[in-house]
Design a protein around this ligand. Structure first.
Ligand SMILES: Cc1ncc(COP(=O)(O)O)c(C=O)c1O
Length: 421
Protein backbone atom coordinates (compact mmCIF):
# COMPACT_ATOMS: atom_id res chain seq x y z
CA UNK A 1 0.00 0.00 0.00
CA UNK A 2 1.30 3.47 -0.80
CA UNK A 3 1.23 6.02 2.01
CA UNK A 4 -0.57 5.79 5.32
CA UNK A 5 -4.30 5.18 4.96
CA UNK A 6 -5.20 5.13 8.64
CA UNK A 7 -4.16 7.30 11.57
CA UNK A 8 -1.14 5.83 13.34
CA UNK A 9 -2.19 3.65 16.26
CA UNK A 10 -1.59 5.38 19.61
CA UNK A 11 -0.15 2.13 20.98
CA UNK A 12 -1.64 -1.10 22.22
CA UNK A 13 -4.95 -0.40 23.97
CA UNK A 14 -4.72 -0.30 27.76
CA UNK A 15 -7.64 -2.68 28.11
CA UNK A 16 -8.87 -5.55 26.03
CA UNK A 17 -12.09 -5.52 23.99
CA UNK A 18 -14.46 -8.43 23.71
CA UNK A 19 -14.43 -10.44 20.50
CA UNK A 20 -17.99 -9.63 19.43
CA UNK A 21 -17.21 -5.89 19.39
CA UNK A 22 -13.90 -6.44 17.61
CA UNK A 23 -15.56 -8.63 15.03
CA UNK A 24 -18.07 -5.87 14.30
CA UNK A 25 -15.26 -3.35 13.91
CA UNK A 26 -13.38 -5.65 11.57
CA UNK A 27 -16.46 -6.23 9.47
CA UNK A 28 -16.94 -2.49 9.17
CA UNK A 29 -13.30 -2.11 8.03
CA UNK A 30 -14.16 -4.33 5.10
CA UNK A 31 -16.70 -1.97 3.53
CA UNK A 32 -14.34 -0.64 0.87
CA UNK A 33 -12.77 -3.99 0.03
CA UNK A 34 -13.21 -5.39 -3.46
CA UNK A 35 -16.19 -7.73 -3.87
CA UNK A 36 -14.49 -11.03 -4.75
CA UNK A 37 -17.51 -13.16 -3.92
CA UNK A 38 -19.50 -11.22 -6.48
CA UNK A 39 -16.84 -11.71 -9.18
CA UNK A 40 -15.79 -8.05 -9.18
CA UNK A 41 -12.04 -8.73 -8.83
CA UNK A 42 -9.81 -9.68 -11.76
CA UNK A 43 -7.03 -11.03 -9.52
CA UNK A 44 -6.10 -11.90 -5.95
CA UNK A 45 -8.92 -14.25 -4.90
CA UNK A 46 -9.77 -17.66 -6.34
CA UNK A 47 -13.24 -18.36 -4.99
CA UNK A 48 -14.61 -21.80 -5.76
CA UNK A 49 -17.76 -21.56 -3.64
CA UNK A 50 -18.77 -21.55 0.01
CA UNK A 51 -18.40 -25.31 0.41
CA UNK A 52 -14.71 -25.20 -0.59
CA UNK A 53 -14.14 -22.09 1.52
CA UNK A 54 -15.64 -23.81 4.58
CA UNK A 55 -13.32 -26.80 4.22
CA UNK A 56 -10.29 -24.51 3.82
CA UNK A 57 -11.31 -22.35 6.77
CA UNK A 58 -11.99 -25.21 9.16
CA UNK A 59 -8.90 -27.15 8.19
CA UNK A 60 -6.83 -23.97 8.52
CA UNK A 61 -8.08 -23.20 12.01
CA UNK A 62 -7.63 -26.85 13.12
CA UNK A 63 -3.89 -26.60 12.44
CA UNK A 64 -3.12 -22.88 12.61
CA UNK A 65 -1.20 -23.15 15.90
CA UNK A 66 0.88 -26.14 14.83
CA UNK A 67 4.27 -25.21 13.43
CA UNK A 68 5.31 -26.76 10.13
CA UNK A 69 8.94 -25.82 10.94
CA UNK A 70 9.03 -28.83 13.25
CA UNK A 71 7.96 -32.04 11.53
CA UNK A 72 9.31 -34.07 14.46
CA UNK A 73 6.80 -32.37 16.76
CA UNK A 74 3.97 -32.41 14.21
CA UNK A 75 4.21 -35.53 12.05
CA UNK A 76 0.63 -34.79 10.95
CA UNK A 77 1.88 -31.75 9.03
CA UNK A 78 4.82 -33.61 7.51
CA UNK A 79 2.40 -36.28 6.33
CA UNK A 80 -0.01 -33.73 4.85
CA UNK A 81 2.82 -31.88 3.10
CA UNK A 82 4.17 -35.12 1.66
CA UNK A 83 0.73 -36.13 0.44
CA UNK A 84 0.06 -32.72 -1.14
CA UNK A 85 3.43 -32.84 -2.88
CA UNK A 86 2.84 -36.39 -4.09
CA UNK A 87 -0.50 -35.32 -5.62
CA UNK A 88 0.98 -32.26 -7.33
CA UNK A 89 4.04 -34.15 -8.58
CA UNK A 90 1.77 -36.80 -10.03
CA UNK A 91 -0.32 -34.15 -11.81
CA UNK A 92 2.73 -32.33 -13.14
CA UNK A 93 4.83 -35.06 -14.67
CA UNK A 94 7.15 -35.84 -11.76
CA UNK A 95 9.01 -39.10 -12.36
CA UNK A 96 10.52 -41.40 -9.70
CA UNK A 97 13.40 -38.97 -9.04
CA UNK A 98 11.18 -35.87 -8.66
CA UNK A 99 10.65 -34.06 -5.35
CA UNK A 100 9.39 -30.76 -4.03
CA UNK A 101 8.58 -28.55 -1.09
CA UNK A 102 5.46 -26.83 0.16
CA UNK A 103 5.97 -23.04 0.29
CA UNK A 104 4.04 -19.90 1.20
CA UNK A 105 3.39 -18.71 -2.36
CA UNK A 106 4.65 -18.38 -5.90
CA UNK A 107 7.26 -15.81 -4.94
CA UNK A 108 8.85 -18.10 -2.35
CA UNK A 109 8.77 -21.05 -4.77
CA UNK A 110 10.55 -18.93 -7.38
CA UNK A 111 13.17 -17.62 -4.93
CA UNK A 112 13.94 -21.21 -3.94
CA UNK A 113 14.27 -22.29 -7.59
CA UNK A 114 16.69 -19.42 -8.26
CA UNK A 115 18.66 -20.40 -5.14
CA UNK A 116 18.84 -24.03 -6.31
CA UNK A 117 19.94 -22.96 -9.79
CA UNK A 118 22.62 -20.68 -8.30
CA UNK A 119 24.00 -23.50 -6.12
CA UNK A 120 24.07 -25.77 -9.17
CA UNK A 121 25.92 -23.13 -11.23
CA UNK A 122 28.39 -22.58 -8.39
CA UNK A 123 28.98 -26.29 -7.92
CA UNK A 124 29.88 -26.52 -11.62
CA UNK A 125 32.40 -23.67 -11.17
CA UNK A 126 30.45 -21.49 -13.61
CA UNK A 127 29.32 -18.62 -11.38
CA UNK A 128 30.96 -15.24 -12.09
CA UNK A 129 30.03 -11.65 -11.15
CA UNK A 130 28.23 -11.52 -14.53
CA UNK A 131 26.03 -14.58 -13.89
CA UNK A 132 22.47 -13.69 -14.77
CA UNK A 133 18.90 -14.79 -15.21
CA UNK A 134 17.72 -14.38 -18.79
CA UNK A 135 13.97 -13.78 -18.71
CA UNK A 136 11.30 -13.15 -21.31
CA UNK A 137 9.87 -9.64 -20.83
CA UNK A 138 6.62 -11.16 -19.59
CA UNK A 139 8.11 -13.10 -16.65
CA UNK A 140 6.90 -12.22 -13.15
CA UNK A 141 9.01 -9.79 -11.05
CA UNK A 142 9.53 -12.52 -8.45
CA UNK A 143 12.65 -13.51 -10.47
CA UNK A 144 14.05 -9.98 -10.16
CA UNK A 145 13.32 -10.12 -6.44
CA UNK A 146 15.15 -13.45 -6.17
CA UNK A 147 18.09 -12.10 -8.17
CA UNK A 148 18.32 -9.02 -5.97
CA UNK A 149 18.30 -11.15 -2.82
CA UNK A 150 20.89 -13.60 -4.11
CA UNK A 151 23.11 -11.08 -5.88
CA UNK A 152 22.56 -12.00 -9.52
CA UNK A 153 22.03 -9.84 -12.58
CA UNK A 154 18.85 -10.02 -14.67
CA UNK A 155 18.48 -9.53 -18.39
CA UNK A 156 15.13 -9.49 -20.15
CA UNK A 157 14.70 -10.39 -23.80
CA UNK A 158 11.80 -9.30 -26.05
CA UNK A 159 8.76 -11.52 -26.48
CA UNK A 160 7.38 -12.12 -29.97
CA UNK A 161 4.34 -10.70 -31.78
CA UNK A 162 2.17 -13.46 -30.28
CA UNK A 163 3.04 -12.22 -26.75
CA UNK A 164 5.05 -15.36 -26.01
CA UNK A 165 8.68 -16.07 -25.32
CA UNK A 166 10.46 -17.36 -28.39
CA UNK A 167 13.09 -20.10 -28.16
CA UNK A 168 14.94 -18.62 -31.17
CA UNK A 169 15.12 -15.17 -29.60
CA UNK A 170 16.21 -16.70 -26.29
CA UNK A 171 19.03 -18.57 -28.07
CA UNK A 172 20.34 -15.27 -29.51
CA UNK A 173 20.66 -13.74 -26.05
CA UNK A 174 22.37 -16.63 -24.21
CA UNK A 175 26.06 -16.24 -23.35
CA UNK A 176 28.49 -18.04 -21.02
CA UNK A 177 27.15 -16.12 -18.02
CA UNK A 178 23.54 -17.14 -18.56
CA UNK A 179 22.57 -19.32 -15.62
CA UNK A 180 18.83 -19.71 -15.85
CA UNK A 181 15.79 -18.98 -17.93
CA UNK A 182 12.04 -19.19 -17.41
CA UNK A 183 8.95 -20.18 -19.37
CA UNK A 184 5.56 -19.02 -18.08
CA UNK A 185 2.49 -21.21 -18.27
CA UNK A 186 0.74 -18.79 -18.54
CA UNK A 187 2.28 -15.32 -18.16
CA UNK A 188 0.47 -12.92 -15.88
CA UNK A 189 0.31 -9.91 -18.25
CA UNK A 190 -1.02 -11.77 -21.30
CA UNK A 191 -2.31 -15.21 -20.33
CA UNK A 192 -0.32 -16.69 -23.22
CA UNK A 193 1.71 -19.86 -22.70
CA UNK A 194 5.39 -19.97 -23.61
CA UNK A 195 6.61 -22.85 -25.82
CA UNK A 196 8.16 -24.92 -23.01
CA UNK A 197 9.34 -27.78 -25.25
CA UNK A 198 11.31 -25.53 -27.63
CA UNK A 199 12.72 -23.46 -24.76
CA UNK A 200 13.73 -26.67 -22.96
CA UNK A 201 15.66 -27.79 -26.08
CA UNK A 202 17.60 -24.51 -26.08
CA UNK A 203 18.20 -24.78 -22.31
CA UNK A 204 19.62 -28.31 -22.74
CA UNK A 205 21.82 -27.31 -25.67
CA UNK A 206 23.36 -24.48 -23.64
CA UNK A 207 23.28 -26.30 -20.30
CA UNK A 208 21.27 -23.62 -18.53
CA UNK A 209 18.57 -24.14 -15.90
CA UNK A 210 14.95 -23.93 -17.09
CA UNK A 211 12.25 -23.12 -14.59
CA UNK A 212 8.60 -23.38 -15.63
CA UNK A 213 6.43 -20.79 -13.94
CA UNK A 214 3.14 -22.63 -13.65
CA UNK A 215 2.15 -20.61 -10.58
CA UNK A 216 -1.13 -19.79 -12.29
CA UNK A 217 -1.59 -22.76 -14.61
CA UNK A 218 -0.19 -25.61 -12.52
CA UNK A 219 -3.50 -26.63 -11.00
CA UNK A 220 -5.60 -25.74 -14.04
CA UNK A 221 -3.71 -26.97 -17.11
CA UNK A 222 -3.66 -30.68 -16.14
CA UNK A 223 -7.44 -30.68 -15.70
CA UNK A 224 -7.93 -28.66 -18.88
CA UNK A 225 -6.00 -31.41 -20.69
CA UNK A 226 -8.18 -34.11 -19.07
CA UNK A 227 -11.19 -32.17 -20.36
CA UNK A 228 -9.80 -32.41 -23.88
CA UNK A 229 -8.33 -28.93 -24.28
CA UNK A 230 -5.26 -28.83 -26.54
CA UNK A 231 -2.22 -27.67 -24.60
CA UNK A 232 1.46 -28.18 -25.31
CA UNK A 233 3.58 -30.22 -22.90
CA UNK A 234 4.90 -27.97 -20.13
CA UNK A 235 5.61 -29.98 -17.00
CA UNK A 236 8.45 -31.91 -15.36
CA UNK A 237 8.16 -34.67 -17.95
CA UNK A 238 9.64 -32.32 -20.58
CA UNK A 239 13.36 -33.06 -20.81
CA UNK A 240 15.28 -29.92 -19.84
CA UNK A 241 12.71 -28.63 -17.31
CA UNK A 242 14.55 -28.70 -13.99
CA UNK A 243 12.06 -26.95 -11.73
CA UNK A 244 8.43 -25.86 -11.77
CA UNK A 245 6.31 -23.73 -9.46
CA UNK A 246 2.58 -24.40 -9.05
CA UNK A 247 0.47 -22.40 -6.61
CA UNK A 248 -2.19 -24.13 -4.55
CA UNK A 249 -3.68 -20.80 -3.47
CA UNK A 250 -4.58 -19.97 -7.07
CA UNK A 251 -6.37 -22.66 -9.10
CA UNK A 252 -5.81 -25.19 -6.28
CA UNK A 253 -8.42 -23.10 -4.37
CA UNK A 254 -6.51 -23.61 -1.10
CA UNK A 255 -6.18 -20.97 1.61
CA UNK A 256 -3.51 -18.35 0.95
CA UNK A 257 0.05 -19.23 1.86
CA UNK A 258 0.20 -22.37 -0.31
CA UNK A 259 2.42 -23.11 -3.29
CA UNK A 260 4.75 -25.88 -4.37
CA UNK A 261 8.24 -25.84 -5.82
CA UNK A 262 8.95 -29.05 -7.72
CA UNK A 263 12.16 -30.44 -9.23
CA UNK A 264 12.63 -33.15 -11.81
CA UNK A 265 15.47 -34.45 -9.64
CA UNK A 266 15.43 -34.50 -5.82
CA UNK A 267 19.14 -33.62 -5.82
CA UNK A 268 18.22 -30.19 -7.20
CA UNK A 269 15.53 -29.73 -4.54
CA UNK A 270 18.12 -30.35 -1.82
CA UNK A 271 20.22 -27.48 -3.21
CA UNK A 272 17.73 -24.89 -1.94
CA UNK A 273 17.62 -26.25 1.62
CA UNK A 274 19.40 -24.31 4.35
CA UNK A 275 21.55 -25.72 7.15
CA UNK A 276 23.61 -24.06 9.85
CA UNK A 277 25.26 -25.30 13.03
CA UNK A 278 27.83 -22.71 14.15
CA UNK A 279 25.79 -21.50 17.10
CA UNK A 280 25.05 -22.91 20.54
CA UNK A 281 21.80 -24.64 19.72
CA UNK A 282 23.08 -27.21 17.26
CA UNK A 283 22.04 -28.02 13.72
CA UNK A 284 19.34 -25.73 12.36
CA UNK A 285 17.70 -26.77 9.15
CA UNK A 286 14.87 -25.36 7.03
CA UNK A 287 13.66 -26.69 3.72
CA UNK A 288 12.10 -23.38 2.61
CA UNK A 289 12.71 -19.67 3.27
CA UNK A 290 10.52 -19.33 6.33
CA UNK A 291 11.35 -20.47 9.84
CA UNK A 292 8.11 -20.83 11.73
CA UNK A 293 5.23 -21.68 9.43
CA UNK A 294 1.61 -22.08 10.40
CA UNK A 295 0.27 -25.57 9.81
CA UNK A 296 -2.95 -23.90 8.69
CA UNK A 297 -2.00 -23.42 5.05
CA UNK A 298 -0.74 -27.00 4.76
CA UNK A 299 -3.86 -28.44 6.36
CA UNK A 300 -6.19 -26.29 4.25
CA UNK A 301 -4.44 -27.31 1.02
CA UNK A 302 -4.54 -30.99 1.98
CA UNK A 303 -8.22 -30.79 2.92
CA UNK A 304 -9.32 -28.84 -0.18
CA UNK A 305 -7.45 -31.19 -2.51
CA UNK A 306 -9.11 -34.22 -0.93
CA UNK A 307 -12.49 -32.51 -0.75
CA UNK A 308 -12.47 -31.66 -4.45
CA UNK A 309 -10.62 -34.66 -5.85
CA UNK A 310 -9.96 -34.96 -9.57
CA UNK A 311 -13.68 -34.81 -10.29
CA UNK A 312 -14.12 -31.53 -8.37
CA UNK A 313 -11.10 -29.92 -10.02
CA UNK A 314 -12.28 -31.00 -13.45
CA UNK A 315 -15.68 -29.47 -12.86
CA UNK A 316 -14.22 -26.18 -11.57
CA UNK A 317 -11.78 -26.11 -14.50
CA UNK A 318 -14.62 -26.74 -16.94
CA UNK A 319 -16.49 -23.76 -15.48
CA UNK A 320 -13.42 -21.52 -15.57
CA UNK A 321 -12.64 -22.38 -19.18
CA UNK A 322 -16.26 -22.00 -20.31
CA UNK A 323 -16.45 -18.62 -18.57
CA UNK A 324 -13.19 -17.49 -20.14
CA UNK A 325 -14.46 -18.62 -23.53
CA UNK A 326 -17.71 -16.67 -23.09
CA UNK A 327 -15.74 -13.56 -22.10
CA UNK A 328 -13.36 -14.04 -25.03
CA UNK A 329 -16.30 -14.31 -27.42
CA UNK A 330 -17.98 -11.25 -25.94
CA UNK A 331 -14.81 -9.14 -26.04
CA UNK A 332 -14.11 -10.13 -29.66
CA UNK A 333 -17.66 -9.11 -30.56
CA UNK A 334 -17.09 -5.55 -29.34
CA UNK A 335 -15.84 -3.33 -32.17
CA UNK A 336 -12.36 -2.03 -31.54
CA UNK A 337 -11.36 -4.55 -28.84
CA UNK A 338 -8.99 -7.42 -29.41
CA UNK A 339 -7.24 -10.09 -27.37
CA UNK A 340 -3.47 -10.05 -26.97
CA UNK A 341 -2.49 -13.41 -28.40
CA UNK A 342 -3.83 -16.91 -27.81
CA UNK A 343 -4.89 -17.29 -24.17
CA UNK A 344 -5.73 -20.98 -23.62
CA UNK A 345 -5.98 -21.05 -19.80
CA UNK A 346 -7.82 -18.96 -17.22
CA UNK A 347 -6.50 -15.55 -18.12
CA UNK A 348 -7.60 -12.92 -20.57
CA UNK A 349 -5.88 -9.75 -21.68
CA UNK A 350 -7.28 -7.30 -24.23
CA UNK A 351 -6.74 -3.88 -25.69
CA UNK A 352 -8.40 -1.43 -28.06
CA UNK A 353 -7.36 0.11 -31.38
CA UNK A 354 -9.73 3.07 -31.57
CA UNK A 355 -10.25 4.02 -27.95
CA UNK A 356 -8.01 4.58 -24.96
CA UNK A 357 -8.13 1.22 -23.14
CA UNK A 358 -7.23 2.80 -19.81
CA UNK A 359 -10.12 5.26 -20.18
CA UNK A 360 -12.33 2.19 -20.76
CA UNK A 361 -10.84 0.76 -17.57
CA UNK A 362 -11.73 3.98 -15.74
CA UNK A 363 -15.33 3.66 -16.92
CA UNK A 364 -15.45 0.05 -15.75
CA UNK A 365 -14.14 1.16 -12.35
CA UNK A 366 -16.92 3.72 -12.15
CA UNK A 367 -19.35 0.87 -12.70
CA UNK A 368 -17.90 -0.95 -9.70
CA UNK A 369 -15.39 -3.32 -11.31
CA UNK A 370 -11.93 -3.62 -9.79
CA UNK A 371 -9.75 -3.41 -12.89
CA UNK A 372 -6.29 -4.86 -13.55
CA UNK A 373 -4.12 -3.09 -16.15
CA UNK A 374 -1.12 -4.04 -18.24
CA UNK A 375 1.43 -1.30 -19.00
CA UNK A 376 3.09 -2.47 -22.21
CA UNK A 377 1.13 -2.58 -24.43
CA UNK A 378 -1.71 -0.83 -22.57
CA UNK A 379 -4.35 -3.46 -21.87
CA UNK A 380 -6.86 -4.75 -19.34
CA UNK A 381 -6.30 -8.16 -17.87
CA UNK A 382 -8.29 -10.64 -15.82
CA UNK A 383 -7.81 -14.04 -14.22
CA UNK A 384 -11.06 -15.99 -14.50
CA UNK A 385 -12.40 -17.99 -11.57
CA UNK A 386 -15.71 -19.77 -10.94
CA UNK A 387 -16.89 -16.56 -9.23
CA UNK A 388 -16.96 -14.91 -12.66
CA UNK A 389 -19.43 -17.39 -14.12
CA UNK A 390 -22.55 -15.42 -13.12
CA UNK A 391 -21.17 -11.99 -14.10
CA UNK A 392 -20.24 -12.60 -17.75
CA UNK A 393 -23.22 -10.79 -19.27
CA UNK A 394 -23.09 -7.95 -16.76
CA UNK A 395 -19.34 -7.46 -17.35
CA UNK A 396 -19.75 -7.48 -21.14
CA UNK A 397 -22.70 -5.10 -21.00
CA UNK A 398 -20.68 -2.64 -18.90
CA UNK A 399 -17.68 -3.11 -21.17
CA UNK A 400 -19.75 -2.40 -24.29
CA UNK A 401 -21.17 0.74 -22.68
CA UNK A 402 -17.70 1.85 -21.52
CA UNK A 403 -16.20 1.41 -25.00
CA UNK A 404 -19.10 3.32 -26.58
CA UNK A 405 -18.77 6.14 -24.05
CA UNK A 406 -15.01 6.52 -24.56
CA UNK A 407 -15.34 6.38 -28.35
CA UNK A 408 -18.10 8.98 -28.40
CA UNK A 409 -16.65 11.35 -25.84
CA UNK A 410 -12.97 10.88 -26.68
CA UNK A 411 -12.33 10.80 -22.91
CA UNK A 412 -8.71 10.23 -21.99
CA UNK A 413 -7.49 8.02 -19.17
CA UNK A 414 -7.26 9.55 -15.69
CA UNK A 415 -3.78 8.12 -15.30
CA UNK A 416 -1.26 6.22 -17.42
CA UNK A 417 0.90 4.81 -14.66
CA UNK A 418 0.20 1.15 -13.86
CA UNK A 419 0.74 -0.07 -10.33
CA UNK A 420 0.53 -3.83 -10.18
CA UNK A 421 0.56 -6.42 -7.39
C1 LIG B 1 3.10 -16.12 -13.27
C2 LIG B 1 3.24 -15.79 -11.80
N1 LIG B 1 4.35 -16.16 -11.16
C3 LIG B 1 4.52 -15.90 -9.86
C4 LIG B 1 3.57 -15.22 -9.12
C5 LIG B 1 3.83 -14.90 -7.67
O1 LIG B 1 2.94 -15.60 -6.87
P1 LIG B 1 2.57 -15.12 -5.39
O2 LIG B 1 1.86 -13.82 -5.50
O3 LIG B 1 1.76 -16.24 -4.85
O4 LIG B 1 3.86 -14.96 -4.63
C6 LIG B 1 2.40 -14.81 -9.76
C7 LIG B 1 1.38 -14.06 -9.04
O5 LIG B 1 0.37 -13.67 -9.58
C8 LIG B 1 2.24 -15.10 -11.14
O6 LIG B 1 1.15 -14.70 -11.80
Amino acid sequence: MSGPHFPPAPGIPANGTDWAALRERMLSMRVDDADWRGGRTPLHVYFAGDDVLKVAREAYTMFMSENALAPAAFPSLRRMEDEVLAMVLHLLGGGPRAAGNFTSGGTESIILAVRAATKWFEAAGRRTPRSHLLLPESAHPAYDKAAELIGLAVRRYPIDASYRASADVLACYIDVDTMMTVASFPSLPFGTVDPVGAIADVARQHDIWLHVDACIGGLLAPFAKMLGHELPAFDLSVSGVRSLSADLHKYGYAAKGASTILYADAQDRDRHHFEFDAWPKGRYRTETLAGTRSGGAVAAAWAVMHFLGQEGYMELSRRVLATREALHRGIKSIDGLHLLGHQPLGLLSYTSEGADIFAIGDQMEEKGWYISRVAEPCALQMTITPAHEPIVEHYLEDLRASVAFVLESGTAARERKVVTY
